[in-house]
Design a protein around this ligand. Structure first.
Ligand code: BG6
Length: 459
């Protein structure tokens, strides 16, 4: 068993990620008696301890209907602040002083890529990397070469066993549910191949825009922001072979193995879009060619998946917020039952709803009422929130795991590099992005790419 981390250090504590996700996660861990250690915020802004506590309270209040004062006070007693320049050795000396009793501190790097190297080197120079764990947030580089460069920086300071790369989709219970669904049920796994599956669609749609992050987003775009990481992780879970053993290494190896079999994406089967009005947002370059929408086709070169297209799309300012995987099965081998009204029967669909209101909806054909033997599609649906109750938030689970030194839900170095290899041909394409109206499903060409998309199940 690994030693549990006995201090948490949040670099970039004044940022968006910490307020939106990490303070609520720390509060939840405190509530579950999983966190009673010093939590030290580090940032350039001149905050004092009180400002840190006030911000933490505000973000916990935003994430919860009500705050349990006893829990929050317990967290607040552990919070303290260090303000300082990331390039200044004094910042790290002060940190080392505050961590003098900590045997296994964990450093969470929620900082822009530009200061990443300075922080890692600062920690190493102060002797903190030797005994610490480090959690690295995306974006993990801008392409294959820069992600390898980041890995070199990290490896020079930290033992690889103590590096945790976050893709928060791996921490989502709903996403992990794909793995459980496939390997805990006998029902579908025998059909999980190109004999029975016609195509797979993955949609990560957001009904909102850049939410005040336009300056950052404009340097990134949809492919780097979510396709390279979250969507490819989902594809890996849908497509992977069963791990050879029930352990972390085997799981991560199976995940990397399927990524290795994915062909690099091609510009010819990719459609990039940008919503109208994006260029007028503060922080966006007036001639920006950054995509706020991308749709593409992926193929997997394996006996299981040869010939099965995976259509992927993601975008901002779409008609809804929904993350879904739709697995479309082939038609019955013998067309004995006509579809009601003489139309072609719609295929069986298995729809994994991974966002809010997660669950599974299966479309099957049932006999339609009346004298005729014909069929009509009906849905079998389960809402996991109703069936299973409360599930933990991704960041809460990921922090808890990293503090325990558990790697199951963190991406391997190779996994991230494979993901970059796959998306590299469609990064920074020179062709102009196609404009789409806000509240639509992206440019018209995206529709044609998949031969029609299944509209997410909206509730
Ligand atoms: C983040 C992206 O990694 O994932 C955001 O930077 C995106 O742009 C978010 O909105 C989506 O995550 P979730 O958990 O809200 O689906």
């Amino acid at each position: 068993m690994h030693v549990r981390s006995d201090a948490v250090v949040l670099f970039g504590v004044t940022g968006d990620l910490v307020s939106k996700k990490l303070f609520p996660a720390l509060y939840e861990l405190t509530r579950r008696d999983r966190l009673d250690v010093p939590v030290i915020g580090v940032a350039r802004s001149p905050w004092d301890d009180q400002q840190l506590v006030t911000t933490a309270r505000k973000s916990v209040a935003e994430a919860n209907d009500e705050i349990d004062d006893e829990t929050f006070d317990a967290l607040a007693r552990n919070l303290s602040m260090i303000s300082g320049d990331y390039a200044d050795p004094v910042t790290y000396q002060r940190l080392a002083e505050r961590l003098r009793d900590a045997e296994r501190p964990i450093f969470y790097l929620a900082i822009p890529p530009a200061v990443f190297g300075a922080v890692v080197e600062g920690l190493a120079a102060a002797g903190l990397a030797d005994r610490g764990r480090v959690i690295v947030e995306k974006p993990f580089g801008r392409d294959l070469a820069s992600s390898q460069e980041l890995d070199r920086t990290l490896r020079a300071a930290f033992d690889p066993q103590r590096v945790f790369r976050i893709d928060h989709y791996l921490g989502k219970e709903a996403v992990e549910g794909l793995y459980a669904f496939r390997f805990a049920n006998r029902l579908f796994e025998p059909l999980w191949n190109n004999q029975h599956i016609d195509n797979v669609q993955v949609t990560l749609a957001e009904g909102f825009g850049t939410q005040g992050r336009a300056g950052f987003y404009d340097t990134v775009g949809a492919t780097r922001d979510v396709l390279q990481n979250h969507i490819l992780q989902v594809v890996a879970l849908i497509a992977m072979e069963p791990p050879v053993a029930d352990d972390t290494d085997a799981f991560r190896e199976a995940e990397a193995a399927v990524l290795r079999q994915i062909a690099p994406l091609s510009p010819e089967s990719t459609v990039r879009g940008q919503y109208a009005g994006y260029r007028d947002e503060p922080g966006v370059r007036p001639d920006s060619n950054t995509e706020t929408f991308v749709a593409t086709r992926l193929t997997i070169d394996s006996p299981r998946w040869a010939g099965v297209p995976f259509h992927l799309r993601t975008g901002k300012s779409l008609p809804a917020t929904a993350t879904e995987v739709v697995v479309e099965f082939k038609q019955p081998q013998q067309p004995l039952i006509r579809a009601e009204g003489g139309a072609g029967a719609s295929a069986n669909l298995l729809r994994f709803r991974l966002g809010r209101g997660d669950g599974i909806t299966m479309s099957i054909q049932a006999k339609s009422p009346g004298a005729e033997v014909a069929s009509r599609p009906v849905d079998l649906s389960v809402d996991f929130g109703v069936a299973l109750g409360h599930r933990q938030e991704a960041y809460e689970r990921l922090l808890d795991d990293a503090m325990d030194g558990q790697h199951l839900r963190f991406a391997r170095e190779e996994t991230i590099q494979q993901e970059w290899r796959i998306v590299e041909p469609i990064l920074d394409l020179p062709a102009p992005v196609q404009t789409y109206e806000k509240g639509t499903w992206g440019p018209a060409d995206a529709e044609a790419l998949a031969g029609g998309w299944h509209t997410p199940y909206l509730r």
